[in-house]
Design a binder for this molecule. Structure first.
Ligand code: R5P
Length: 264
């Protein structure tokens, strides 16, 4: 570890409790103008005050996020494919120089274990870790498993452990039964994705259970920006991550805040 790397990690994970609420808004890199993010600036701006970190691509960062913002950025640097093609066929889309120029706190890349281009994506990760180690920039590996594989502890732990072994500094995965086994077998900070939009109470349960079972944070997108009440939702997730709220308490808060959001 180096001072620069530790310093950047401390911008992502709050030193007070070692946790993070990362707001994921990078979906457009392969989904285009996905629901809830059609106008990125309008979606992102009201949520920023409640996020610890923003996961975003360089294009949206440059055009839609105020450079005076103090938000630490985890920059999505893999891509090259779209929902119309084989998703695992990714390469690196952003140079290390541009990531440094954008003053990022970390970079993110997907790996697709069990998919057609598994090897390519794992070697992408390995190359990125080598490059980023030179500059003290943490690498977040986003895990995906093959289309015909369940997102269960068997496959997700395979994916997370491989990412850990290759040298990812943070691993992002999905919550599942026996999640604690994934955490124990992958000795790096684990954060969870929210996945497809589900009812707010279910998403709050997911966040609560993941943290209870050892995740150090959430990197949530659709369950925040696709909610009818995104500000109420991110503030409720925040209560779980940083105020030790139960999901039940967070849902009470959500209902209170959504009334205000509706009126405003
Ligand atoms: C992949 O599309 C991206 O890395 C997303 O940022 C990630 O899946 C997290 O977003 P969500 O909570 O919507 O699953």
């Amino acid at each position: 570890m180096s001072w620069g790397l530790d310093n950047r990690l401390s911008r992502i994970f709050q030193p007070s409790n070692g946790r993070t609420l990362m707001l994921a808004v990078d979906h457009g890199y392969f989904q285009g103008p996905t629901s809830g993010l059609e106008v990125p600036k309008d979606a992102i701006t009201p949520l920023l005050p409640y996020a610890d970190t923003l996961m975003v691509t360089r294009g949206v960062l440059r055009r839609c996020v105020d450079p005076n913002s103090k938000i630490p950025v985890v920059l999505r640097v893999s891509g090259g494919t779209s929902i119309l093609k084989e998703l695992s066929n990714e390469g690196l889309t952003t140079s290390i120089e541009d990531a440094i120029r954008l003053n990022v706190s970390g970079v993110a890349i997907s790996i697709f274990v069990g998919s057609e281009y598994e090897r390519q994506t794992l070697l992408n990760l390995s190359k990125l870790v080598d490059t980023c180690e030179r500059y003290g920039i943490p690498v977040l590996a986003v895990t995906a498993v093959g289309r015909d594989m369940n997102r269960d502890a068997r496959y997700l732990s395979l994916c997370c452990r491989i990412a850990t072994e290759i040298g990812a500094h943070i691993v992002k995965t999905y919550y599942c039964e026996n999640f604690d086994k994934i955490v124990k077998s992958s000795p790096v900070p684990i954060v969870i994705a929210g996945g497809k939009k589900i009812p707010e109470k279910a998403a709050l349960d997911l966040a609560y259970n993941a943290l209870r079972d050892g995740a150090l944070g959430v990197d949530m997108g659709r369950n925040i920006f696709q909610s009818k009440y995104p500000v109420a939702m991110i503030r409720s997730v925040r209560a779980i991550v940083h105020e030790n709220a139960t999901s039940k308490e967070a849902f009470v808060l959500f209902n209170k805040l959504r009334r205000k959001e509706k009126d405003s």
